[in-house]
Design a protein around this ligand. Structure first.
Ligand SMILES: [Zn+2]
Length: 104
Protein backbone atom coordinates (compact mmCIF):
# COMPACT_ATOMS: atom_id res chain seq x y z
CA UNK A 1 0.00 0.00 0.00
CA UNK A 2 1.29 3.44 -0.84
CA UNK A 3 1.40 6.23 1.71
CA UNK A 4 -1.35 8.03 -0.19
CA UNK A 5 -3.62 5.00 -0.02
CA UNK A 6 -2.90 4.53 3.65
CA UNK A 7 -3.66 8.18 4.23
CA UNK A 8 -7.08 7.85 2.61
CA UNK A 9 -7.90 4.76 4.65
CA UNK A 10 -7.04 5.93 8.11
CA UNK A 11 -7.59 9.63 7.52
CA UNK A 12 -4.25 10.67 8.93
CA UNK A 13 -1.74 12.45 6.77
CA UNK A 14 1.65 10.83 7.10
CA UNK A 15 4.20 13.48 6.35
CA UNK A 16 7.95 13.69 6.26
CA UNK A 17 10.17 16.62 7.09
CA UNK A 18 12.48 17.37 4.19
CA UNK A 19 15.09 20.02 3.62
CA UNK A 20 14.43 22.26 0.63
CA UNK A 21 16.80 23.87 -1.86
CA UNK A 22 16.53 27.13 0.10
CA UNK A 23 17.77 25.40 3.26
CA UNK A 24 14.34 25.51 4.93
CA UNK A 25 12.47 22.48 6.20
CA UNK A 26 9.07 21.64 4.81
CA UNK A 27 6.52 18.86 5.21
CA UNK A 28 6.08 16.42 2.40
CA UNK A 29 3.74 13.51 1.86
CA UNK A 30 6.57 11.72 0.04
CA UNK A 31 9.52 10.19 1.78
CA UNK A 32 12.93 11.71 1.06
CA UNK A 33 15.05 9.80 -1.44
CA UNK A 34 18.40 11.04 -0.13
CA UNK A 35 19.88 11.56 3.30
CA UNK A 36 22.33 14.14 4.50
CA UNK A 37 24.36 15.44 7.41
CA UNK A 38 23.53 19.02 8.25
CA UNK A 39 26.84 19.76 9.95
CA UNK A 40 29.20 18.44 7.31
CA UNK A 41 26.80 19.26 4.45
CA UNK A 42 27.26 15.91 2.81
CA UNK A 43 24.43 14.00 1.19
CA UNK A 44 24.25 10.35 0.25
CA UNK A 45 22.14 7.27 -0.13
CA UNK A 46 19.71 6.34 2.61
CA UNK A 47 21.57 3.06 3.04
CA UNK A 48 25.02 4.64 2.96
CA UNK A 49 27.32 2.40 5.02
CA UNK A 50 29.29 5.36 6.35
CA UNK A 51 26.12 7.15 7.47
CA UNK A 52 24.66 3.98 9.00
CA UNK A 53 27.88 3.42 10.97
CA UNK A 54 27.78 6.99 12.23
CA UNK A 55 24.10 6.60 13.15
CA UNK A 56 24.89 3.37 15.03
CA UNK A 57 27.55 5.22 17.04
CA UNK A 58 24.97 7.87 17.91
CA UNK A 59 25.30 11.58 17.52
CA UNK A 60 24.59 11.61 13.82
CA UNK A 61 20.83 11.35 14.03
CA UNK A 62 20.21 14.88 15.28
CA UNK A 63 22.06 16.22 12.24
CA UNK A 64 20.34 13.91 9.81
CA UNK A 65 18.25 15.57 7.10
CA UNK A 66 16.37 14.24 4.09
CA UNK A 67 15.97 15.49 0.55
CA UNK A 68 13.30 14.84 -2.03
CA UNK A 69 15.97 14.45 -4.70
CA UNK A 70 19.62 14.96 -5.41
CA UNK A 71 19.26 18.29 -7.19
CA UNK A 72 17.65 19.70 -4.04
CA UNK A 73 20.52 18.47 -1.90
CA UNK A 74 23.07 20.11 -4.19
CA UNK A 75 21.03 23.33 -4.39
CA UNK A 76 20.95 23.42 -0.58
CA UNK A 77 24.75 23.42 -0.60
CA UNK A 78 25.41 19.75 0.13
CA UNK A 79 28.05 17.71 -1.67
CA UNK A 80 28.05 14.00 -2.55
CA UNK A 81 29.30 11.47 -0.02
CA UNK A 82 32.67 9.94 -0.87
CA UNK A 83 31.64 6.56 0.54
CA UNK A 84 28.34 5.74 -1.21
CA UNK A 85 28.52 8.16 -4.15
CA UNK A 86 32.13 7.76 -5.24
CA UNK A 87 31.59 8.68 -8.90
CA UNK A 88 29.57 11.75 -8.07
CA UNK A 89 32.03 12.72 -5.38
CA UNK A 90 34.89 12.59 -7.90
CA UNK A 91 32.90 14.67 -10.39
CA UNK A 92 32.07 17.19 -7.70
CA UNK A 93 35.69 17.33 -6.54
CA UNK A 94 37.02 17.82 -10.07
CA UNK A 95 34.45 20.52 -10.76
CA UNK A 96 35.43 22.30 -7.56
CA UNK A 97 39.13 22.11 -8.42
CA UNK A 98 38.35 23.56 -11.82
CA UNK A 99 36.18 26.17 -10.16
CA UNK A 100 33.03 25.36 -12.09
CA UNK A 101 29.57 24.46 -10.82
CA UNK A 102 28.48 20.85 -10.62
CA UNK A 103 25.01 19.41 -10.97
CA UNK A 104 24.10 15.74 -10.56
ZN1 LIG B 1 27.53 7.92 1.86
Amino acid sequence: MTDAQEQRMNGTAKTYTLLGADGRFYRSSARGEWGGHRGSKIYGRLDCPAALRAIARGGYVRHRVFFADEATAVAAGFRPCGACCKDRYQQWKTAREENRPWTP
